[in-house]
Structures are given as structure tokens and as C-alpha cells.
Design a protein around this ligand. Structure first.
Ligand code: B1M
Length: 209
């Protein structure tokens, strides 16, 4: 089986321990980091579809996520180019009620490589924690909110609204995640939307430049 197919199959099967080695082998075989990342994201899509159709359950989704996270670790030095400029600090987190972190971690990585300091609040982040972090962190220029569930889209809205209502200024807010659309992002008062991690880094730079 070609390396990329083998990698995709192992991510889908949740063989987390095998994934880093296969990512390395795929790189050694001449595949670039972006294509490998894309392949692993496709595998997560397959796992999600299988979850929807009742073929796999939460433990399988978790193992697939673990494998992908380990694979991303191998790719990290290649995906995150690094930047010498400082664009200020970005506070990032997945909103309250939502435990998905792979997409958020990729966005954090790309935003960091675009030239921001990143403070990652993790997942299931209550509004008060975002507000406290913005207040207590120096030179916040960007707040990045991730949401992966249709059921946590209201939390995205509530978080943006509460941050705006706090009266704090000097930063922009970017939102994203699979169910988020540009229209939704605009309707909740955020400053920007990006469909993926690379796009988030590009938008982030534009917002603060
Ligand atoms: Co969940 N889950 N999950 N899950 N899970 C999805 C999202 C789902 C689509 C699967 C499905 O049913 N097909 C579905 C959501 C349906 C919906 O709301 N429309 C779903 C569900 C239903 C659930 C539970 C409710 C299941 C249950 O309990 N019955 C539950 C909810 C738990 C909770 O959060 N409270 C649940 C739980 C879990 C696990 C914990 C088991 C696990 C997450 C583990 C982890 O993250 N550490 C998990 C997983 C792994 C998935 C799937 C299979 C994979 C997610 C992923 O990592 N994708 C997912 C199916 C899928 O994605 N197709 C699914 C890869 C990742 C790179 O993509 O996160 O989309 P993504 O990030 C992208 C973009 O969205 C964007 O950039 C990234 C790519 O570059 N992006 C941003 C993300 N954040 C951004 C922020 C930005 C800009 C872009 O600006 C700030």
C-alpha cells in the first residue's frame, strides 16, 4: 500500500502509535507536509462520517484524534515557518461546551508562525476566562475563537458579544470552525472568518497590519 494510503488507513483506524512513523515515512517518500496534513484531515472526515452512520463511536473518534495530533507534531516544524516580526499576542481557545481541539491547535500553530505570541486557553473555555485572559495579557492584538459543533455556535456568538460588551479595545476577533460560515461570523459581530488554519494566519496578519 502506498505510504499516504497506509497513513490515512491508520489514522482512520485510530492506530495512534503508528502515525508519527508513517508521517515520517511519507515525508521521506517525498510527500510535502501540506499534502500529508490534508490527507489526515480527510481521514478525520471519514471517521466523522462513520460516527454519523453509527459505524464507530466516541472511543474510536478519540483514538483517531490522538493519532492525528501525534502526526501533526511531526509536521509542526515544517508547517510553522516562524517569523521574526512581532504582531502582538493572540488569545485563542475553543468555546464553552466544545471539546474539539485539533483544528484550534493547527490555527494556533499557524498564527504563531505568522508572528504572534499565542496564549492558548484550551477547550471548553468559559466566556469569563476569555475576558480575564484579555484583561491580564499584555499587548493583545487578536482573539481567535474556534467552534466545531452546531450546538456551540451560540457560545461563539455569546463570547464575541461579551468581549465586545466588556468595552476592551485594541484587538480584533476572528472566528472559525467547521459549522461556521462567513455570514454567521459577520452576523455575530466578529471582525473576520477563516475556513482553515492557513487562512486564519493570513487573515490574522491582515487584521493587525
Ligand atoms: Co466530534 N463531532 N463530537 N469528537 N468530531 C464532529 C465535529 C462531527 C462533525 C462528527 C460527525 O457527526 N460527523 C460532529 C458535529 C456535528 C455538528 O455539530 N454539526 C461531532 C459530534 C456530534 C460530537 C459529539 C457531540 C458526539 C457525542 O458525544 N454524541 C461530541 C461533542 C463533545 C463536545 O465537544 N462537547 C464529540 C466528541 C468528539 C471527540 C472528543 C471524541 C473527538 C475530539 C477530540 C479532540 O479534538 N481532541 C471528536 C472528533 C475527533 C471529531 C471529528 C471526527 C474530527 C474533528 C477534527 O479534529 N477534524 C469530527 C468530524 C470532522 O471533522 N469531519 C467530529 C480535523 C480538524 C483539522 O478539522 O477541527 O474542522 P477542524 O478544523 C479545521 C477548520 O474547521 C478550521 O481550521 C481547521 C483546518 O485547518 N478551524 C478554524 C477550526 N477552528 C478554527 C478557528 C479559526 C479559523 C478556522 O479562527 C479562529
Amino acid at each position: 500500500m502506498p505510504k499516504m494510503e497506509e497513513l490515512k488507513a491508520k489514522v482512520e483506524a485510530g492506530k495512534a502509535k503508528l502515525v508519527p512513523g508513517l508521517v515520517q515515512e511519507a515525508l521521506d517518500a517525498g510527500n510535502d507536509a501540506q499534502s500529508i496534513l490534508k490527507a489526515m484531515i480527510e481521514s478525520m472526515g471519514v471517521v466523522g462520517d462513520k460516527f454519523s452512520s453509527g459505524e464507530v463511536f466516541i472511543p474510536e473518534m478519540l483514538m483517531a484524534a490522538k493519532g492525528m495530533a501525534k502526526g501533526v507534531e511531526v509536521l509542526k516544524p515544517l508547517l510553522a515557518g516562524g517569523s521574526s516580526t512581532s504582531l502582538g499576542t493572540c488569545i485563542i481557545g475553543t468555546v464553552e461546551g466544545d471539546l474539539h481541539d485539533i483544528g484550534k491547535n493547527l490555527v494556533a500553530m499557524m498564527i504563531e508562525s505568522a508572528g504572534f505570541e499565542v496564549v492558548d486557553l484550551g477547550v471548553d473555555v468559559p466566556i469569563a476566562k476569555f475576558i480575564e485572559a484579555i484583561k491580564e495579557t499584555k499587548n493583545v492584538t487578536l482573539v481567535a475563537l474556534s467552534g466545531l459543533l452546531t450546538t456551540t455556535m451560540p457560545a461563539l456568538k455569546a463570547t464575541v458579544e461579551a468581549i465586545k460588551a466588556s468595552g476592551m479595545t485594541g484587538f480584533k476577533i476572528i472566528v472559525g470552525g467547521a459549522p461556521v460560515t462567513p455570514e454567521f461570523a459577520a452576523s455575530i459581530g466578529s471582525d473576520a472568518y477563516a475556513p482553515d488554519a492557513g487562512g486564519a494566519a493570513v487573515k490574522a496578519k491582515e487584521l493587525v497590519s
